[in-house]
Write a protein of this length. Sequence first.
Length: 340
Amino acid sequence: MPSLVSALRVDVEAICLPDGRMVGSPGHRLARELLSRRLRAVGCEPWVGTSFEHAYTEGGQSFCNLSAVVRGRNPRLPPLLVGAHYDSVIAAPCADDNAAAIAIALAVAAQVASSCHLERDLVVALFDAEEPPYFCTPAMGSWRFWNEHRLGRAIHAAVIMDLVGHDVSVGDGGPLATTLNQVLAPLLFVTGTESHAGLRQVFERTGVVDGLSLVPALNRYVGDMSDHGIFRGNGVPYFFLSCGRWPHYHHPSDTPDRLNYDKMARMVPQVLAFAAALDSAVLPQSGREQFAETLDLEISRLRAALDSAWAPVLQLCGLEAVTTRTEMDRLVVSLLGLGL
């Protein structure tokens, strides 16, 4: 684990240039070149053609996705995909958004290439142009990947990461906030379990890495806040992993020294476990978004995450219990209002 922590820190710091990775900036080009070298170094091959880079233009601006593959035993099967965006929103390091996820994706690729052999190919997609003003426009890298760079190939399932490098907290607000911050620090939100009837079984049989606390939640509570939206909308089973927004979100203070690299290191085997479970899962697709109710799973995992703070939180939110979707909606709205 110490060597993995060190490797994650090195990758984060390498692309967290002081002037950021905004589309069209020198830092954007340098990050792209570095990531191409890192993809090859960890054992990946270009997924399409002979280059990891897939340049495209929109509105007179140049962009570039990167995609790579670790070959599985049966390349005829639809591949798994692990993805994250590499651009930054401002001219600043933007470590949590989204260098942390990029570093985890590289570590996952390295592990799969060296020792975690899968039946399916594993595609590692590093998307451009996730940040405004390109978010949810034809320039958005994940949209362009889906429409052009996957070359019409089916994707078996996707694991997308964004904002995964920090401890979860609700700020400073007295004794309850202090208690909450202690139990919530290792939390990792997972949306998308509802995106396919087979994903609940995948989620439950994967297990949780020691030191992490996984909480499934409906995507509609946060919306398509990252690159998973294009997969959800096209009926691809997916998990979106995030620690949510924090006080340094989209600020110059989002720097590498503020990340929790131990937590990030625990996420690597967690993503590998998801990949292994998804690899063998039967997940028929219709090409349209599905919905499978996961209320009881959400309640049980959130209650376990809050632990002794469960009852005080319910009281704070004006609830006696959470047994219905309406009550869960109220609880989530209240928690989001606290800054979760």
